[in-house]
Design a protein around this ligand. Structure first.
Ligand SMILES: Cc1cc2nc3c(=O)[nH]c(=O)nc-3n(C[C@H](O)[C@H](O)[C@H](O)COP(=O)(O)OP(=O)(O)OC[C@H]3O[C@@H](n4cnc5c(N)ncnc54)[C@H](O)[C@@H]3O)c2cc1C
Length: 592
């Protein structure tokens, strides 16, 4: 049976010693969010995740969701788990205070997401989508919509969904057909079918608020003709409670590879009453607010599952006795040594540890930038944060979920055949992790967003920002003898990234296949370099000897592993990118 202990020491090391989370408390509106307050809030969150949600993870997977007569029932214990989550005030943690939220910084939500995903990914998706809906409504909803819907989403009594996908419209949302016609009283009647809707129906909350993409009668074709509507499962009464049913039904739930305790629903809308969110035909812009938040949240799914898989692999490799250490027995009185002595097992553990801790630092850095972009009084610093968050969103989503999936698989490998057997729980982590590479835009699509959109934006302004801040730290890091060679290696990889960026941009101007052919390798390279930079920052703190955090002592050695064993993958990626699109596209489609 897998276990989970929130890595609070590592979280605090990253937040307090590396990223100076104290800066967040100096932002207007966040004066109370001192490092100590954040730490005590996160300790409480850890208890909920460890004691309430994690014990429901394996049983939820075994039981799955049930579809009965048009309604969905979540696995045993989920209702009580959700009640505990709401009673603790967790849905409100980072929500705006004017609608009943607690107004804590976004970075606290990022850390909470990681813990929720480690403890129970299926469960975490019910509140994750509600949180995304709050963000979209706050930004684009009119006052009336905010007043009627935000307080309920924020206290958790209602949850949310995002309804984009249709059977014939996945990546290409321009194809979607769901219609919206004016009802004559300011509302709209929505008709169409959406598939694969996470948390589309369930029994955890009184009402479900769907944010639905649909076309108005006069809509232009393609993505320029899409609008966003708020469509409740039940129409709220004047008193603000969930009233009569709207024309929204769940047609079925999917039977799928993982996240079995999260209901993935076919949702039918038949003249369902809804309200326009944002401007007509500008629904993609409005939905992107939800999608960008969700993309970072999905990145946390990769990190969270990697962390819990790794923890269980460490515990197992300490106990499982097989073979002898190459340098002679370490447990001579036992029949064999624990497998943690074997260099290949160490390779697996170090790969996981170095990747996870590096990704955590990277993701939390972006989490703090979200607070800076929204709250910093200095316009120039706000704009810098906006640029960096935009650039890093596809990287966090795709890199953390690709690497996260690899780590769940590596952790399973540490268990040998036992990893493949259900009762150990490791195969569930692999199954659960796989979807994160697919939804919220496949990782291929994220890579094209990075290389095709974010990188060329304003002649490379966003990339130059990133290179500028990374270069600054790498120069400072050179002052510590132990860190200097690491900083040099990362600087070399950063320069290679800059070089191939120029090469691809030059070629793309002549050949439209170049971006798509290079994008996935480019994003991986970007993630590796950015994580390497974080390792240099962590190593610098460790080398300075100022941190009293117990995890600091392992940071320099782990940074060395990262730079010498994982970062070299960047050389192969650079070569692949330099090789261009010719061989990728050389065969006619009929040759496959
Ligand atoms: C469990 C689960 C939960 C989900 N939850 C939700 C949800 O809550 N709400 C929602 O709206 N949707 C949801 N989805 C849908 C999900 O977001 C889509 O499956 C995903 O965006 C991909 O769309 P698709 O499946 O139609 O694949 P397709 O778009 O058909 O893509 C197939 C392959 O082709 C590639 N491809 C497609 N177009 C291009 C292109 N232009 N360039 C290069 N490569 C391309 C893709 O990268 C992919 O590898 C969920 C899906 C699953 C399985």
């Amino acid at each position: 049976m897998p276990t989970y202990k929130a890595p609070l020491d590592d979280i605090r090391f990253v937040l307090e010693d590396v990223l100076d989370v104290a800066q967040v408390a100096s932002l207007p509106g966040y004066a109370d969010a001192t490092p100590d307050l954040l730490a005590s809030v996160l300790e409480e969150a850890a208890k909920l995740c460890e004691e309430v949600l994690q014990p429901l993870n394996q049983t939820g997977d075994a039981e799955g969701c049930h579809y009965e007569s048009g309604t969905v029932r979540t696995p045993r214990g989920f209702r009580e788990g959700y009640a505990a989550y709401c009673n603790g005030g967790w849905p409100a943690m980072v929500a705006p205070t004017e609608f009943g939220g607690q107004g804590l910084p976004h970075i606290a939500g990022v850390v909470l997401d990681e813990m929720l995903c480690s403890s129970n990914l299926s469960f975490s998706m019910y509140p994750l989508l509600a949180h995304g809906a709050v963000g979209a409504l706050e930004r684009w909803g009119d006052d009336e919509l905010k007043r009627r819907f935000m307080p309920k989403l924020i206290d958790g009594s209602w949850t949310g969904t995002m309804c984009l996908t249709e059977p014939h419209a996945g990546t290409d949302l321009g194809l979607l057909r769901t219609r919206a016609v004016p009802a004559g009283d300011g509302a709209y009647l929505i008709t169409g079918t959406k598939i694969f809707i996470s948390a589309g129906d369930h029994d955890l909350a009184d009402n479900i608020i769907h944010l639905v993409l649909a076309r108005l009668p006069d809509a232009p074709a393609g993505t320029k003709g899409i609008s966003m509507f708020l469509v409740p499962k039940r129409l709220p009464t004047e008193e603000g409670v969930a009233g009569s049913p709207n024309g929204v039904t769940c047609g079925s739930i999917e039977h799928k590879m993982g996240i079995k305790a999260n209901a993935t629903c076919v949702m039918n809308f038949e003249n369902a009453r809804g309200w326009l969110v944002g401007d007509a035909h500008k629904g993609m812009r409005a939905m992107f607010t939800m999608m960008n938040g969700a993309r970072l949240g999905v990145g946390m799914q990769g990190l969270g599952l990697a962390e819990v898989s790794y923890q269980n692999a460490v515990a197992y490799t300490r106990e499982r006795l097989q073979g002898r250490a190459p340098r002679g027995p370490v447990a001579p009185h036992a029949d064999a040594d624990p497998i943690i002595v074997h260099p290949d097992v160490r390779r697996m553990l170090m790969t996981m540890k170095a990747s996870i801790e590096g990704m955590r630092a990277l993701a939390y850095w972006v989490g703090i930038l979200i607070d800076v972009e929204e709250h910093h009084p200095d316009t120039e610093l706000r704009q810098e944060a906006v640029d960096l968050v935009a650039l890093m969103t596809p990287v966090i989503k795709a890199f953390c979920t690709d690497v996260g999936f690899e780590i769940t698989n590596t952790a399973l490998q540490c268990f040998g055949g036992h990893g493949y057997i259900r009762e150990y729980g490791m195969e569930q982590f692999v199954r659960d992790a796989r979807i994160a590479q697919i939804y919220e835009g496949t990782n291929g699509v994220q890579a094209m967003d990075l290389l095709g959109r974010k990188v060329p934006d304003d002649n490379g302004r966003l990339v130059r920002r990133f290179v500028g801040v990374a270069e600054r730290d790498l120069t400072t890091a050179g002052q510590h003898a132990a860190v200097q060679p690491l900083a040099e290696s990362v600087r070399g990889a950063l320069q290679a990234l800059v070089r191939v960026t120029g090469i691809v941009m030059g070629r793309a101007a002549r050949n439209p296949d170049e971006i798509g052919a290079a994008a996935v390798d480019y994003l991986r390279l970007f993630g590796l370099v950015a994580t390497g930079w974080m390792w240099v920052r962590m190593a610098t703190v460790a080398a300075a000897g100022t941190s009293t955090n117990p995890v600091a002592s392992s940071k320099l050695a782990t940074a060395q592993f990262y730079v010498t064993k994982l970062l070299p993958e960047s050389h192969a990626l650079v070569q692949r990118i330099e090789a261009g699109s010719a061989s990728v596209m050389s065969l006619d489609a009929s040759a496959f």
